[in-house]
Design a protein around this ligand. Structure first.
Ligand code: ZN
Length: 134
């Protein structure tokens, strides 16, 4: 069902500060910065092999990322797995009793279809599923 880890989302207070760590210190390269308005985040993607690190900075104190950092501090926010047919996978997981945050796919960073599962259903880990474009 899951093809690979597409990316790991990391909640950061300040994207520019985090970028200087991940680029200048860790030697990664930023492939793009994008704001996703409905999720109230500014993101930076840094490819690592077949996967990416997705740095997430909140654009609003009310945003999910701001609330996450308030509660738990900066750090890993979610893991995103790549699937072939997101609608079908969501139906299958729903049938297995998995709690979904998104009942239907929505559009995430990079314009790809994404959906989140409830962390209650995966040992406290927020799981994102995404369907890569060919
Ligand atoms: Zn993500």
């Amino acid at each position: 069902m899951f093809k690979k880890i597409n990316h790991i989302g990391i909640a950061v207070k300040n994207l520019d500060d985090a970028l200087s760590v991940f680029q200048d210190t860790l030697g990664m390269t930023c492939a793009g910065i994008e704001e996703v308005e409905d999720q109230k985040v500014r993101t930076a993607c840094l490819p690592v092999g077949e996967s990416e690190i997705e740095l997430l900075e909140s654009t609003s104190p009310e945003g999910n990322i701001a609330r996450f950092i308030e509660k738990r501090g900066e750090g890993i926010h979610h893991i995103a797995f790549e699937v072939d047919n997101l609608e079908a996978v969501l139906e299958e997981l729903k049938g297995k009793g998995v709690q979904l945050i998104d009942q239907k796919p929505r559009i995430g960073v990079g314009g790809i279809k994404i959906a989140f599962l409830h962390p209650k259903s995966s040992n406290g880990v927020l799981v994102e599923l995404c369907e890569a474009r060919d």
